[in-house]
Design a protein around this ligand. Structure first.
Ligand SMILES: Cc1cc2nc3c(=O)[nH]c(=O)nc-3n(C[C@H](O)[C@H](O)[C@H](O)COP(=O)(O)O)c2cc1C
Length: 219
């Protein structure tokens, strides 16, 4: 064994997550936890692990940033031609994990994934600094490249092409996805490994209103 980590053991506090306090909609509890993660000044509180399914059945996971939360779901931005983009085109289902260790909290989300409206991707792309716009346009994300110089040359060419413009046009292959949740689990660390887990599972839509079943799970 190269590193033995068995002695690392964190004791979690007693603050709890109760069914009686759980709001009817999981997005409301998520919003509250995200606000608390921001207030606690955690590094990149909006970083989340995004898991997709590969055609061979293996899962693929990577970290992306949550850039928007709405009643409908969780929005992130990426390159539609990337590995994750190809995986989502073939199978538009994903899982997300947020880990806020300092708050002893984890949120697990499962849902269906859709591209957001091109106009919404446009608005976000135009809000980014020009350097980030160039970076997004310059990188054939997830493609094998011969070396870093490939990116540097792409950046130089784009800087030259758009030297007299404050903005770049949004590349058609860059934009947002929304993960529309069907299941959200909230985990709160408790003493002696008896952690709290509350899961919201989406029921059939009735009268256009989302209904959620809330249950407690064993840790
Ligand atoms: C903290 C952090 C934030 C990231 N945010 C994003 C993001 O918002 N969008 C994105 O496309 N990649 C982001 N990445 C890079 C991805 O983890 C990944 O390397 C990239 O999207 C390619 O993934 P793929 O080959 O599975 O498509 C981030 C990485 C880290 C570590």
């Amino acid at each position: 064994m190269l590193i033995d980590l068995k002695h690392l053991r964190e004791e979690y506090s007693s603050s709890s997550l109760e069914l009686a306090d759980a709001p009817a909609k999981p997005i409301e509890l998520f919003e509250q936890w995200m606000q608390e993660a921001i207030q606690a000044k955690l590094p990149e509180p909006n970083a989340m692990t995004l898991a997709t399914c590969k055609p061979d059945g293996f899962p693929a996971a990577r970290v992306v940033l949550l850039k928007g939360l709405s009643e409908a779901g969780f929005i992130f931005y990426t390159n539609y031609n990337s590995n994750k983009g190809q995986e989502l085109a073939a199978n538009p289902r994903a899982a997300l994990v947020f880990l806020w260790l300092e708050l002893q909290r984890q949120v697990r989300i499962e849902g269906k994934v859709e591209k957001i409206a091109p106009s919404a991707s446009e608005t976000y792309f135009q809000s980014r600094p020009k350097g980030s716009q160039i970076g997004a346009a310059a990188s054939p994300q997830s493609a094998v490249i011969a070396g870093r110089e490939v990116l540097e040359e792409n950046v130089k060419a784009l800087e030259l092409k758009y030297a007299n413009q404050e903005q770049l046009p949004r590349p058609a292959h860059w934009g947002g996805y929304i993960v529309k949740p069907t299941r959200i689990e909230f985990w709160k660390g408790r003493a002696s490994r008896l952690h709290d887990r509350l899961v919201y599972v989406k029921k059939e839509e009735r009268l256009g209103e989302q209904q959620w079943k809330i249950e407690r799970l064993a840790p």
